[in-house]
Design a protein around this ligand. Structure first.
Ligand code: FEO
Ligand code: CA
Ligand code: CA
Ligand code: CA
Length: 547
């Protein structure tokens, strides 16, 4: 692929050093403030203050494990100083809900309700005060929770397979948005770990939610497939045709795109309400020669027939698994069994695809492949067996078009660190500058600057005996990576035990919103249990972040 254009804004921050401090570290001249903690009030009511909630209280609190996030402008408000934040909650911050751990098999009805209240999303109106500090606007009519206890509708070819009223969303991991300003929250689990009485196929979908509460009720868009969804990043062309790029964070999983049949309307939001119910889902096949194909997951095509043979997870063992026969009698069958359909159609099984991001000029798409320690069979796109530290792949659609059925690709970088050389070159990687393991969040901002966030497991395996993963890389962090030179600069380091995930910003890029998920120390409030939180990053001289 040809290089993407240089960012319009220079990168001029002084990188921060790797550290293991129980705080959020940002460069000199930057400020970090906590905006929304798990248990803070979203809808009017109580907030966590050291004691456990009733299920009714918790249903109005910010949920736990903040993850993907998008910022939306409000009509009549300068978006640089106020707007809506939609924030995913991947799973509960259990320690503010009830004592002990959570076990679905033995949980009481109240514990189940509490746990389900803490997944889903929060929508909050946020504004920058005269003191320059951002805060949630208490009492805003936009402030709303959508939880694991709420009801959802379904659209698309598999909608009839789901029960009439669908209870809950689960594992709202990463996210995306549409050009018509709806929020896409993605269920990373296909299993109902909270309520075994619910049909399993309720989960594992992309859910479209209008943060303005104007359009259709929250809807599971079945045409986009059912798998362990990470995010959904769109590409749009000048004819308002789109593609939504999606990863299946599984060991291993495939990379997908969904292409709606119709162009979206830029002038009439309501005309887009069913746009995501009609279109073609494709899986990516990465050929060894640097070319790639999008194979349609359409019943009757690419082997998606009754009696199809699913080759299974061919990357995880040098002994090929026994193929499993899967019947694809309808498009609903294809969508409910998307993972198997993708393998039957020849999709490449990747090292846990997490987030994707699209360059503003459509000239590149990036996908993080976070790690896959169990890979035993390498291929060109997943070149390392026992891939402990992950890599980032870059691809370029034919004619930079969202409608393309072919692309070219390259490995953008291999994560790792030279300090791990005694464990073999496989652990070293080729990052130019500040190194990291397990890339997860990735986003190119409107100025063309590529940001990468990490999620190495703590405690985790560095690959070298006697060296912990935090010793090798510091705490999980966020990096700027130059798309041409591949120079990496560490921008932010998270507190103990956390992952860093989710990035949103105001249009002037003077405010960045970042999520700190599952901290385990004493952050963000000294003397309290750690809580997942959204933080706000600004500059003391009020200039764009990173510039
Ligand atoms: Fe919830 Fe794949 O990260
Ligand atoms: Ca993730
Ligand atoms: Ca992850
Ligand atoms: Ca996570």
């Amino acid at each position: 692929p040809t290089p993407t254009p240089a960012p319009s804004y220079a990168i001029a921050f002084a990188p921060v050093a790797a550290n293991q401090n129980d705080t959020v570290t940002v460069p000199t001249g930057y400020t970090v403030d906590v905006l929304l903690k798990a248990g803070d009030s979203v809808e009017a009511g109580t907030a966590y203050s050291g004691s456990f909630p009733t299920p009714a209280d918790a249903e109005k609190w910010a949920g736990g494990n903040h993850d993907g996030m998008e910022y939306f402008a409000l009509s009549g408000t300068d978006a640089n100083v106020g707007g809506l934040l939609a924030i995913n909650h991947e799973y509960p911050d259990v320690n503010i809900l009830f004592s002990g751990s959570y076990d679905a098999a033995t949980a009481t009805a109240d514990q189940k309700a509490l746990a389900l209240s803490a997944v889903g999303i929060s929508v909050v109106e946020v504004a920058k005060g005269s003191d320059g500090k951002w805060a949630v606007k208490a009492g805003s009519t936009f402030n709303k929770r959508y939880t694991g206890n709420s009801s959802y509708r379904a659209g698309g070819p598999a909608a009839g397979q789901l029960s009439g009223t669908i209870k809950g969303m689960l594992n709202n991991c990463a996210s995306g948005r549409t050009p018509w300003d709806t929020y896409l929250t993605c269920e990373e689990s296909t299993d109902n770990y909270l309520d075994p009485t619910q049909p399993e196929q309720n989960y594992g979908w992309v859910v479209e939610i209008d943060p303005y509460q104007e359009l259709a009720a929250p809807t599971k868009r079945t045409a986009m497939g059912r798998f362990a969804h990470e995010n959904a990043a769109y590409m749009a062309d000048s004819d308002r045709r789109t593609a939504f790029y999606m990863g299946d964070d599984a060991t291993p999983g495939c990379i997908y795109k969904f292409v709606p049949d119709r162009a979206y309307s830029a002038s009439n939001r309501a005309a887009n309400t069913e746009l995501l119910d009609y279109g073609t889902l494709y899986v990516a096949r990465f050929n060894a020669d640097g070319t790639g194909e999008w194979r349609a997951l359409v019943q009757g095509q690419n082997g998606l027939l009754p009696g199809a043979s699913d080759p299974g997870n061919v990357s995880q063992s040098t002994t090929p698994p026994t193929p499993v026969i899967v019947d694809f009698n309808s498009q609903a069958d294809v969508l409910i069994n998307t993972k198997a359909a993708a393998r039957v159609a020849g999709g490449t099984v990747m090292d846990r695809p997490e987030w994707l991001t699209v360059a503003p000029d459509n000239s590149a798409v990036y996908c993080t492949l976070t790690n896959n320690s169990g890979r035993q069979v390498a291929d060109a796109a997943n070149p390392r067996t026992r891939n402990l530290h992950g890599h980032i792949i870059k691809f370029k659609e034919q004619n930079d078009s969202p409608l393309a059925t072919s692309f070219t690709w390259e490995i953008f970088l291999l994560a790792g660190d030279p300090s791990l050389a005694s464990g073999g070159a496989n652990l070293v990687g080729d990052i130019n500058g500040d190194t990291f393991s397990s890339p997860d969040g990735i986003r190119i901002d409107p100025q063309g600057r590529l940001w990468v966030q990490t999620d190495h497991s703590v405690p985790g395996n560095s690959g070298v005996t006697g060296t912990t993963i935090d010793q090798a890389f510091g705490h999980n962090a966020m990096f700027y990576v130059d798309q041409t030179s591949k120079q990496s600069k560490r921008f932010l380091v998270g507190p103990l035990g956390c992952e860093v995930t989710g990035l949103a910003y105001t249009p002037d890029l003077k405010t960045f919103f970042v999520n700190i998920q599952h901290p385990t120390g004493n952050w963000p409030v000294a003397g309290e249990v750690a809580r997942s939180s959204t933080v706000v990053i600004t500059r003391t001289d009020d200039q764009p972040v990173g510039n």
